[in-house]
Design a protein around this ligand. Structure first.
Ligand code: PNS
Length: 228
């Protein structure tokens, strides 16, 4: 009797808003166990997401360009129904820290109750991705943080479109720095050119000028500190 190869299909469901290197790590591990992994993006209109469904699917496809054993799809409704429709034997979920455990456990038990034929398989992410999540990456990117080594290239590019690098705010006052210094020196020269008897009366003004120089210089130091 000829060997009939039974291909084992697993579903990797999620919001993938957006796909991260942590997700990729899980998919690569799943491919060591299953013949095919279907990345199934949940279509959930009531959940506010940064990327549209199309954008998420395209980014995932670009990130797995040419990997035959990975399919990208979207689904709505019950996950177990979708898994059955795709003849999948397992649902893959990634486990990071302990904090994931409770909700994942609850979800797996519900899925088992709904369909006993689909097994939930939990895979542990690589240590490097333990604290990586789509939401923390989005937050960092929003405020100009460098997330380039946490997401695939295609996602990073799209992220830069959503959150273009911002120019750091500069106090307009600082633009007059050189003018202010020039003005202080001009004042000093005028004071020095006064006859000695009037100069004595300007001692207070000299003190004020020195304080002004100090203030402007300190200002500049703080300014440099903020832009460096
Ligand atoms: O990436 P996420 O947001 O943690 O993924 C959650 C997901 C998509 C796996 C979960 O919300 C889901 O399976 N939704 C489909 C609806 C469903 O089947 N619910 C019953 C099981 S809790």
């Amino acid at each position: 009797m000829a060997d009939k190869k039974i291909s084992k299909i697993a579903i990797y469901p999620g919001s993938f808003d957006p796909l991260t290197n942590g997700h990729i790590d899980i998919i690569e591990r799943a491919l060591e166990i299953f013949d095919q992994v279907i990345i199934a993006v949940l279509h959930n209109p009531s959940k506010k997401s940064l990327f549209t469904m199309d954008e998420r699917v395209v980014m995932i496809k670009q990130s797995f360009n040419g990997t035959k054993s990975v399919l990208v799809d979207s689904f709505g409704g019950l996950l177990v129904d979708y898994a059955k429709m795709k003849n999948a034997v397992a649902i893959i979920r990634g486990m990071r820290a302990i904090s994931d455990f409770e909700s994942e456990f609850q979800m797996a038990l519900m899925n088992r109750k709904l369909n006993k034929e689909v097994q939930s398989v939990f895979l542990m992410t690589g240590f490097r991705w333990i604290f990586t999540s789509s939401s923390i990456i989005k937050e960092a990117a929003q405020f100009g943080g460098d997330i380039s080594d946490m997401v695939p290239k295609a996602v990073h590019q799209k992220m830069l479109e959503k959150y273009p690098p911002q120019k750091k705010a500069i106090d307009l006052n600082q633009d007059f720095f050189y003018f202010r210094i020039l003005f202080i020196f001009a004042k000093t020269i005028v004071m020095l050119s006064l006859p000695p008897e009037s100069r004595a009366a300007c001692v207070n003004a000299f003190v004020l000028t020195s304080m002004e120089v100090l203030a402007v210089t300190m200002d500049r130091i703080v300014f440099f500190d903020t832009i460096l």
